[in-house]
Design a protein around this ligand. Structure first.
Ligand code: ADP
Length: 240
């Protein structure tokens, strides 16, 4: 999978500046957690990465290919990005297997072994393939959503608060399954969350977004031991 490089990215809505010069590099095969309170700009950043919005300044490159800059705007469907939303992402009238292959070219949709491989990757037994998604727990449904995101071998996987609808018991187990699957797939991934413990437990790096600025990019250990300022120390402290 690809390296992601974001340079000087900015975005405003009218007079309201939402992102103020974001610089971030995500190494190939690693997971960065973007951690920030509500309103800090996380969703806007994801929308720029997907290509649903255009930036006002800066650039985004995937494996050296510019997908967004003053001169370029590669449309979402050509960016090879897999997306895992909060919840409710699966089509209720399709089976688990049909959901997983939904985005694949028609000739690849019949590949049963690919479905089995993806189910195995996310830690679900092949028995789930023909069930409707409603028969699965919320955590299992999110694993299927990840399998679907990984099916076309994307360059980058974006996860938008993927565990927020799960209760605490399911959340821990699902986090682990998702982290293992991303790692086994060698995925380059960006996880967006307002949950400190989630960012610290899942991110290889944690990038803290505060009022449209990245105030710290560090390993979970570094961030925990040496938060950049007292406000951030309090925010991180809330996790424990
Ligand atoms: P987060 O996901 O961290 O909660 P958002 O990216 O949703 O943050 O929002 C950041 C700020 O940008 C908020 O103040 C929000 O009101 C504003 N914002 C987001 N989208 C729009 C939009 N389409 N038009 C105007 N303001 C927006």
């Amino acid at each position: 999978m690809a390296e992601l490089r974001i340079q000087g990215l900015s975005k405003h809505f009218g007079a309201h500046t939402v992102l103020r010069g974001i610089d971030l590099t995500v190494a190939s095969g690693s997971l960065v957690a973007i951690l920030g309170p509500s309103g800090s700009g996380k969703t806007t950043l994801l929308r720029l990465l997907c290509g649903f919005e255009r930036a006002d300044g800066g650039s985004i490159a995937l494996n050296g290919r510019i997908v967004s800059s003053a001169a370029d705007h590669v449309p979402p469907e050509q960016r090879r990005i897999g997306y895992v939303p909060q919840e409710g992402a699966l089509f209720p009238h399709l089976s688990v297997a049909e959901n997983i292959v939904f985005g694949l070219p028609r000739q690849e949709r019949r590949a049963r072994h690919r479905v089995q491989e993806l189910l195995e990757l996310v830690g679900l037994s092949a028995d789930y393939a023909n069930r409707p998604p409603q028969q699965l727990s919320g955590g299992q449904q999110q694993r299927v959503a990840l399998a679907r995101a990984l099916a076309p071998s994307p360059a980058l996987v974006l996860l938008d608060e993927p565990f927020s609808a799960l209760d605490a018991a399911l959340r821990a187990e699902t986090r682990e399954a998702v982290a293992d699957a991303l790692s086994a797939a060698g995925a380059t991934a960006v996880l967006v969350t307002h949950d400190q413990s989630e960012a610290l437990s899942m991110g290889h790096q944690v990038a803290v977004l505060w009022d449209g600025r990245l105030v710290q990019v560090a390993s979970p250990e570094q961030l925990y031991r040496q938060p950049a300022n007292p406000e951030l120390a309090r925010f991180i402290g809330d996790a424990v």
